[in-house]
Design a protein. Sequence first.
Length: 148
Amino acid sequence: MLTGFLGNAYPWVKAGHLIFAIFWMAGLFMLPRFFIYHHAALPGSAEDKAWIERERRLRSIIISPAMGLVWLFGLMLAFDQDLWGVHWFQAKFLTVFLLSGYHGWAVGYGRRMAAGYRAPTDKALRMMNEIPGIATAIIVILVIVRPF
């Protein structure tokens, strides 16, 4: 018998957390790449409209719902296991919080591009494309290795 208020549901909640984290990260890997391709499209063109719709679908069908479920399941697990005073968890929580901020930036940037905004170059987008991978590596190390 498992302890904590989740009881026997604990492994199911943990599985849900991991499944939706994978969906969220997959979407966060794709969205900045979409922005890089979208950057070259002339605002108002058919190609621009197609990228706007692809980005909207990715955000509304995959990324945002997955992020919400990651948070829901993650908070359930944190409260169930009383992890708030554990250092590796605090670092993970901070990383996920910052990644959520990145998610917010990406959603806002997509809306700006849909309105016709284009950055002078796509170099910043290419750099921003690396953030989800770095965050994933940090989170996996914190959860698996628990270095502190």
